[in-house]
Design a protein around this ligand. Structure first.
Ligand SMILES: C[S@@+](CC[C@H](N)C(=O)[O-])C[C@H]1O[C@@H](n2cnc3c(N)ncnc32)[C@H](O)[C@@H]1O
Length: 323
């Protein structure tokens, strides 16, 4: 696989500009999640996961190590597809408990993450056949994912990424999965649970300032890849708990009255950012088990296991597509 530094290289530039102009023009203005992940932010996220404040990653890793055997036995999976795989170490405990021969298909928009992952798996799990798929997991699946090999398939969606999708995107993804998998295939979600607000919000305010660097870099991505003219010094890291939507919202607060150009064609568009307005970069939804069960059941999935951590802050949820 070749190395590419920009997620925008996979999109038509025009399409990305139109999408960003639309997202910036909405109320509240926001950014498309998949465009935040270039090589720089992929590497930064690896460091964010290790920060003391970012407890979610540690909880998920512990749960995977503790329950991998049970999850793989219950799913009976012969093929693993991982959506938003990142650099892939969460797959390792699962792969270790699969019956050989094992096929693993990591799916990510970040080709630097996929390159890193392929290299890691070559050493850490040499008997695994890795077929990296550079694709947008919100779009219809390419043939390689629809016919990935031996069944049943287990799709994993870890790293709290389900919570980064807007409700319509989340429901769309669950429908896409229900339409792309076969009865008996499994789905393993890693999801943060609703708990103490202070604790939930603190995960996005690390003392080292890496979260802030991650989100400011999003503006650099847009300037570099789309030709926008964001002034990076004129925005500040902003984190808030949005109670009605049960989510942390992470964004950038405009420090001055300013406008930003999103180039055309046909015509460029200037977006106004008054002082104090927040450009929302990511949402981080917190779930309850009951809510997820309902959303999955409505798309034909039967929950098989709820595996929360002892503090009930995080949960692995294993489900199976019904016949
Ligand atoms: C929060 S990180 C989680 C990474 C990894 N699963 C983990 O647990 O550490 C989200 C990952 O999803 C990828 N991603 C974001 N939007 C995507 C999309 N629409 N399609 C495919 N991958 C996407 C990012 O590149 C990133 O690697």
């Amino acid at each position: 696989m070749s190395v590419s530094t920009s997620p925008v290289q996979q999109d038509a530039l025009l399409h990305a500009r139109v999408e960003v102009a639309e997202c910036l023009g909405q109320s509240p203005p926001h950014l498309p999640y998949r465009l935040l992940w270039d090589e720089h932010n992929t590497a930064l996220y690896d460091r964010i996961r290790e920060q003391p404040e970012y407890y979610l990653n540690r909880l998920e890793m512990h749960l995977l190590q503790a329950h991998a055997s049970e999850v793989m036995a219950a799913s009976g999976a012969r093929t693993l597809i991982e959506l938003g795989s990142g650099t892939g170490e969460k797959a390792l405990p699962l792969l270790q408990h699969m019956t050989a021969p094992v096929a693993y298909l990591p799916v990510d928009v970040s080709t630097s993450a996929l390159n890193h992952l392929t290299e890691r798996l070559r050493h850490a799990s040499p008997s695994t056949t890795v077929r990296a798929v550079a694709a947008d997991f919100t779009r219809p699946w390419p043939p390689v994912l629809r016919e990935p090999g031996r069944r049943p398939v287990l799709v994993t969606f870890l790293g709290s990424t389900l919570g980064n999708l807007l409700p319509a995107e989340r429901h769309g993804l669950l429908e896409l999965l229900a339409g792309s998998l076969r009865p008996g295939d499994g789905l393993l979600l890693g999801v943060p649970l609703l708990h103490d607000v202070e604790v939930m919000v603190s995960a996005y305010r690390d003392a080292a300032g890496l979260m802030e660097a991650f989100y400011l870099h999003c503006l650099r991505i847009l300037n570099r890849d789309l030709g926008t003219d964001f002034d990076l010094d004129a925005y500040a890291h902003h984190v808030v708990w949005a109670a009605p939507s049960q989510r942390v919202e992470i964004g950038l607060c405009s420090l001055a009255d300013q406008t930003v150009l999103v180039p055309g064609p046909p015509a460029g568009r200037r977006v106004v950012f008054p002082r104090g307005e927040v450009l929302r970069a990511t949402i981080a939804v917190r779930f309850t088990a009951g809510q997820l069960d309902d959303e999955l059941a409505a798309r034909g999935f039967e929950p098989l296991r709820h595996l929360p951590d002892p503090t009930s802050r995080y949960m692995l949820l294993l489900a199976r597509l019904r016949g």
